[in-house]
Design a protein around this ligand. Structure first.
Ligand code: ZN
Length: 258
């Protein structure tokens, strides 16, 4: 993925997922690699998709006016219904009061290990699948399309630690500014070194080693997030999500090269 054609300035932003000013020292260290046009555009594309999904979440959260999540089925009147009615199988309109955790029958929290998220996701999608609702009214088909998109978003958000952490913070009313730079020279230097090692490694063994190091770092910060979040220390929780993002980006770089 990296072209080695010429020495171009290190793209820290790409690894961190945000804009970062290089350290104020003499000319920014010259890296022996650069991001190629294609990797850069795919990075922006991915970031865009991630932002879109955050945007979708903000919208659904900001719509939280009323609605207890204990809806009544519009068709048969059954209580406590959302997504699809258990009694008459009618697809329900999106209820913004139902958060992603509830969709999967989970308590709101960071640790959702061993909860068969994928299985529950597939079950919902089966119930909302266009082939199954094609005989239903136009209204219900529209509900199903909306619900299906919501379930996909919910699954993508909860199945990965970083989006899950950001979503939990958002439910607490904390918006993490992804453009905010981390002013930690030590971390930035570490990132630069990692990136350089990735670039210099040509054998998969070394890359795998770096990858597992990054994985451990993400796990460490993931644990820090949980600890801070559970204590209500949201400043530290936010910081942990930023570190997770840095190390995840670094991990993605090794994946691209492997
Ligand atoms: Zn019903």
């Amino acid at each position: 993925m990296w072209r080695r054609a010429g020495p171009i300035r290190l793209h820290l932003a790409a690894i961190a997922g945000r804009r970062i000013r290089p350290p104020p020292q003499p000319p920014t260290p010259q890296a022996t690699f650069s991001s190629s046009a294609s990797s850069s555009s795919s990075f922006h594309h991915n970031l865009g998709a991630f932002r879109d999904s955050i945007g979708a979440r903000s919208r659904s959260l900001s719509n939280q006016t009323g609605g207890s999540g204990d809806g009544e089925c519009w068709s048969c009147g059954a209580k406590g219904v959302f997504l699809s009615c258990g009694s008459c199988r009618s697809v329900q309109p999106v209820d913004p009061a139902v958060d992603y955790f509830r969709i999967f029958g989970l308590d709101r929290g960071y640790n959702i290990k061993d909860n068969n998220l994928e299985g529950k996701y597939k079950d919902w999608q089966k119930k909302l699948h266009p082939d199954l609702v094609h005989s239903k009214s136009e209204k219900e088909r529209a509900f199903a399309a909306e619900q299906s998109a919501l379930v996909i978003d919910a699954y993508r958000t909860l199945s990965k630690p970083l989006p899950r952490a950001l979503y939990l913070l958002q439910l607490e009313g904390i918006h993490v500014d992804e453009e905010k730079t981390i002013n930690d020279q030590e971390l930035l230097m570490e990132m630069m070194e990692i990136r350089e090692s990735v670039s210099d490694s040509s054998d998969s063994q070394t890359l795998e080693k770096i990858q597992s190091q990054m994985k451990r770092k993400v796990e460490t910060w993931s644990n820090s997030f949980q600890e801070a979040f559970d204590k209500g220390d949201f400043d530290r929780a936010v910081e942990a999500t930023q570190r997770m993002r840095y190390y995840e980006r670094a991990m993605e770089e090794t994946v691209k090269k492997l």
